[in-house]
Design a protein around this ligand. Structure first.
Ligand code: C5P
Length: 236
């Protein structure tokens, strides 16, 4: 997947998606999440692919290994660039996901990259301790899941910007660090807890940023994207 910002297409119809994407070039990266995929299904992927977009299919699979393997086999056949699972599903599940992807990738095509969600960017220290009953710090938990993801053979993780540097140290620079929770200074956090600006993401070593509401909710989404991209690339 190209390193430009990944725009989260958090809409519930393909009509809204293509209206929104109209001013954008087809070389931007897009993310299809649960809301859009559950409504429009694989057809939305074919339509985006036909128009040339690189696609992160963000369905965050988390189930028994055999189910995840079979589901990944189907997702690989869609020809998306990036998929994900919850690292909390465990090593056997992540290995099964990879196996399913390898099996489902059509001959002559590149296997989609696959990353593990460590701790959601909407999760904070209190939730890790009180709700998940994990006695380590949030950062230790994220790092533990990053190591497990790497040991399972996956290509990287979803994490917050605040953990990107330590994950690079432990898992190497080529290990993907895809970071949501991106906000411009002085904008609202919404349901996200571990947020950061595009500049911080670049400095701390994210390999990709995912941006939803900061673009979708702007009065001029293309201008917001260009502003975020310039900050991410360090030319602002
Ligand atoms: O609007 P906002 O920029 O917060 O959107 C972030 C997007 O990234 C949403 O589509 C959300 O589902 C997704 N995401 C996330 N945290 C993760 C993985 C994906 O916020 N760990």
């Amino acid at each position: 997947m190209k390193t430009s910002p990944i725009i989260a297409l958090d809409f519930d119809s393909s009509q809204q998606v293509f209206d929104f994407l109209q001013p954008f070039e087809s070389d931007v990266n897009v993310k299809v999440g649960m809301q859009l995929y559950y409504k429009e299904g694989p057809a939305i992927i074919s339509e985006l692919k036909e128009r040339g977009f690189d696609i992160f299919l963000d369905l965050k699979l988390h189930d028994i290994p055999n189910t995840v393997k079979s589901a990944m086999e189907v997702l690989a056949s869609l020809g998306v660039n990036l998929v994900n699972v919850h690292a909390a599903g465990g090593k056997t599940m992540m290995e099964a996901a990879l196996e399913g992807l390898d099996k489902g990738t059509p001959a002559g095509m590149k296997r989609p990259s696959i990353i593990g969600v460590t701790q959601l960017t909407s999760t904070d220290e209190r939730q890790v301790r009180e709700e998940q009953l994990i006695q380590s710090s949030l950062q230790e938990s994220v790092l533990h899941y990053a190591r497990l993801t790497k040991d399972s053979g996956l290509d990287g993780v979803v994490c917050s910007v605040h953990e990107a540097a330590i994950i690079t140290e432990v898992c190497g620079p080529d290990f993907l660090k895809v970071t949501p929770g991106i906000r411009l200074p002085k904008s609202g956090t919404h349901d996200q807890k571990r947020i950061a600006t595009p500049e911080e993401a670049r400095i701390k070593g994210s390999t990709h940023i995912v941006v939803g509401r900061a673009i979708k909710g702007a009065s001029d989404p293309l201008a917001a994207y260009e502003n975020i991209n310039a900050r991410w690339e360090g030319v602002e």
